[in-house]
Design a protein around this ligand. Structure first.
Ligand SMILES: [Cu+2]
Length: 497
């Protein structure tokens, strides 16, 4: 056993096991001088995460002289009792998203989040992730006048003026929080080059993947942490199928709590498990003190809840047609809470977990599925009726936004709420075509051919939603490994859309 560790884990510092004094830092790949000091630092780091919340508006104030220069490691600060890392180190330039961000060729739609294309190096698919500070909008502001959300809130008499834009300072990948969605095919050899533009070390873990130990990404345990300003390369072959995640596994209470995660999806090599509409939704929770843009990762009582980084009413309206097969891949990267996600109007089958597909004989029916932290649930269903179908976390604290505390009035929807707009399968639809929409939809409010409620009551809102962009076409099925053109081409990779 000792031979194993000596061979693979030299940075752990053999001295910690043998009782010998610490060895020369120069012997260690990351310049780390010992595991004991290193672990002490990581244990303290979450405490410092709250400092910007409580401190002055400038996160760097008072930290002069303690900035972590690019390439240095916390262990190198001899005698320093700990390191306070700001949200961003101004000495580390933030680079634009790698050029294949938003240019993936996958079939899974991750609303608000770009996918990630790859380059080929022989048979290896090479992806690039840059971990960096980001400033996303969890809430864009009030829903556009006349939009579905606006009409809903007005119709229910919800108090207005609650939808204040929520711009926050988090950490993400390639300019996006959550990070871009990676899609590969079973059997692929995958190389991911991770660049660290954060102010502190990091490492990336492939959540659920059966990779060799030295690719597992637990910073300080299975690899040297990636210092600020440095890059690190992971490479492994995937043999599993299903929905997985990648996320930071260094100082993770803080780093995952600040947004460092994304989807890693593996399609079967034989082209099976295709559906007409395949959506991935990452569940996250946050605590912000009033008016604050820095998340307090020490809180166990979150007050903001997001799906793919957005709170309602800024969540995208999902679309489907009656008869289409729809899959939701629900993954929970929250620090604390499980999220029982519920969808109106359907009975779904739970078809997958974070461990991959569930055999058909063991799938179970439902309409609410509890997704605990670290867990993933795939559900598959078909809408029976057209219309607007409400999807939300059924912890109802999680479907309002923090400033929507209006107990004597009607609260606007917020948090983990999404809507499905489902069209009737009419002539020419055949159940396998998305609703009639396009750039022209909503101009003039002409009746849409796919209007689900035409003739059903005079208050039925028009189908057209003028603020929504054109949805992607559903992927054709049964094409084996070949993936159709990206449904995300043209999505804003900044995550701020
Ligand atoms: Cu919830």
């Amino acid at each position: 056993m000792a031979g194993f560790f000596n061979r693979f884990l030299p940075w752990l510092g053999q001295d910690q096991r043998s009782g010998r004094p610490e060895t020369d830092p120069a012997e260690h790949p990351a310049g780390q001088s010992g595991r004991r000091r290193f672990l002490a630092l990581t244990a303290l780091a979450p405490l410092f995460a709250a400092a910007p919340v409580l401190g002055a508006a400038d996160p760097h104030a008072g930290h002069d002289g303690h900035g972590n220069p690019a390439g240095s490691m916390p262990g190198g600060h001899g005698g320093h009792g700990g390191q306070i890392y700001p949200w961003r180190n101004p000495a580390i330039a933030l680079t634009p998203p790698p050029r294949l961000t938003g240019k993936g060729e996958g079939v899974v739609m991750t609303p608000h989040v770009p996918n990630l294309g790859y380059e080929r190096d022989g048979e290896v698919k090479v992806f690039r992730l840059t971990a960096q500070p980001v400033e996303p909008l969890l809430l864009n502001g009030p829903p556009p006048p006349g939009s579905l959300w606006d009409r809903w809130h007005k119709a229910k008499g919800a108090m207005h003026g609650m939808d204040i834009p929520k711009k926050v300072k988090l950490w993400g990948f390639n300019g996006s929080m959550p990070g871009p969605t990676i899609e590969v095919v079973q059997g692929d050899t995958v190389r991911v080059i991770v660049k660290n533009e954060l102010p502190e070390p990091t490492s990336i873990h492939w959540h659920g993947l059966e990779v060799p130990n030295d690719q597992d990404g637990v910073g300080g345990l299975t690899q040297p942490p990636i210092p600020p300003g440095a890059s690190y390369t992971y490479e492994f072959t995937v043999h599993q199928i299903g929905t997985f995640m990648y996320h930071s596994s260094f100082n993770e209470k803080k780093q995952v709590g600040m947004g460092l995660g994304g989807f890693f999806i593996i399609h079967p090599a034989d082209g099976t498990r295709r559906v007409d509409r395949d959506y991935a939704i990452l569940l996250q929770e946050w605590f912000f003190l009033p008016g604050n843009e820095y998340v307090d990762v020490t809180s166990t009582d979150p007050n903001w809840f997001t799906m793919n980084g957005k709170s309602a009413p800024s969540t995208e309206v999902l679309t489907a047609v009656v008869g289409q097969t729809v899959r939701l891949r629900l993954a929970n990267l929250s620090n604390m809470h499980a999220h029982p996600i519920h969808l109106h109007g359907v009975t779904w089958r739970v078809t997958g977990t974070e461990g991959g597909p569930i055999p058909e004989s063991a799938q179970w029916p439902g309409n609410t599925v509890n997704v605990s932290p670290g867990a993933i649930r795939d559900v598959e269903f078909t809408f029976t009726h057209p219309g607007y179908w409400h999807m939300h976390c059924h912890k109802l604290h999680h479907v309002v936004n923090a400033h929507a505390s209006v107990p004597m009035g009607v609260m606007p929807m917020g948090g983990m709420t999404m809507l499905f707009e489902v069209a009737e399968a009419g002539p020419g639809h055949g159940g396998h075509t998305p609703p009639a929409q396009g750039p022209q939809a909503g101009h003039g409010h002409a009746p849409q051919t796919a209007a689900p409620h035409a003739g059903h009551g005079q208050d039925a809102p028009a189908m057209a939603d003028p603020d929504r962009k054109q949805p992607p076409s559903p992927p054709p099925g049964g094409q084996g490994q070949a993936m159709p053109a990206s449904p995300h081409a043209g999505h804003n990779p900044s995550g701020g859309n």
